[in-house]
Design a protein around this ligand. Structure first.
Ligand code: PEP
Ligand code: MN
Length: 259
């Protein structure tokens, strides 16, 4: 099946050349977002990510900056001329998301939130639909259909690991999901090795595996000081680590497209 490419700002996902998406797990403040955005642009990242409404397991954990985070993403995206993506968790968060973002993420925990999917199906903005950590391929592709059925065909899927019996990684990256979702759904597929593994030391091999499996993009979490991150520091790259990994991935992508 041909892949339906999706335009996000001036970037095309699924047109043959895989793209890098990177940014902090959570937008914490303007300064850190600017630092990460500057590095992202410098090292060849195409889309800036940052969580602002955060689906945290514990209600006592940092919940994100909410609408203020969307505003910061919009501001920094304009400053550095890079499209921005962030998650919405409920229908009332859609209008501010439309105002400030170039792409809207549906997180793993909301993949089954059908009213949210239907509402996002009625907007003119691309959606990054993450796979639920207990979702089968069929459930994931049907969740995507909720968007398409209402008229939004700007759907990009994101494989972010599924829950298995293995405790040494946060989740288990389902690498076969990448070619399967592309072949059966025709959607571009992005691989998120950070939430799949929970481990910074696995990001390079899992990203490479994603590219080898045909991923249309790789999404990475980055923080200026990962040990002090308010969420997901253990799976986030520092800025020098982003420089190194982005260079390796882009070299791999260039090699593949030229050969
Ligand atoms: C995220 O990408 O910020 C996130 C919360 O991921 P997931 O929904 O896959 O857990
Ligand atoms: Mn995260």
């Amino acid at each position: 099946m041909d892949i339906r490419s999706v335009q996000v700002g001036n970037v095309h996902i699924g047109r043959g050349q895989p793209v890098l998406i990177a940014g902090p797990c959570s937008v914490e403040n303007l300064e850190m977002l600017r630092q990460v955005a500057a590095a992202a642009v410098k090292y060849g990242v195409s889309i800036l990510r940052g969580g602002s409404f955060k689906p945290r397991t514990s209600p006592y954990s940092f919940q994100g900056l909410g609408i203020q985070g969307f505003e910061l993403l919009g501001q920094v995206g304009r400053e550095f001329n890079i499209p921005v993506v962030s998650e919405v968790m409920s229908i009332e968060q859609i209008p501010p998301a439309l105002e400030h973002l170039d792409m809207i993420q549906v997180g793993a925990r909301n993949m089954h939130n059908f009213p949210l999917l239907s509402a996002l199906g009625r907007v003119q903005k691309p959606v990054l639909l993450k796979r639920g950590f207990m979702a089968t391929m069929e459930e994931w592709l049907l969740a995507a259909e909720y968007l398409v059925k209402e008229g939004n065909d700007g759907v990009v899927l994101c494989e972010r690991g599924i829950r298995t019996f293995e405790p040494w990684t946060r989740n288990t990256l389902d690498i076969s999901a990448v070619p399967l979702a592309r072949m059966l759904g025709g959607y571009p597929v992005v691989v998120d090795p950070c939430h799949a593994s929970g481990r910074r030391d696995l990001l390079e091999p899992l990203s490479m595996a994603g590219l080898a499996a045909g991923a249309d993009g790789i999404m990475l979490e980055v923080h200026p000081d990962p040990d002090k991150a308010l969420s997901d520091g253990g799976q986030s790259l520092s800025i020098p680590e982003l420089m190194e990994l982005a260079a390796k991935l882009l070299a791999r992508i260039r090699f593949e497209t030229e050969n």
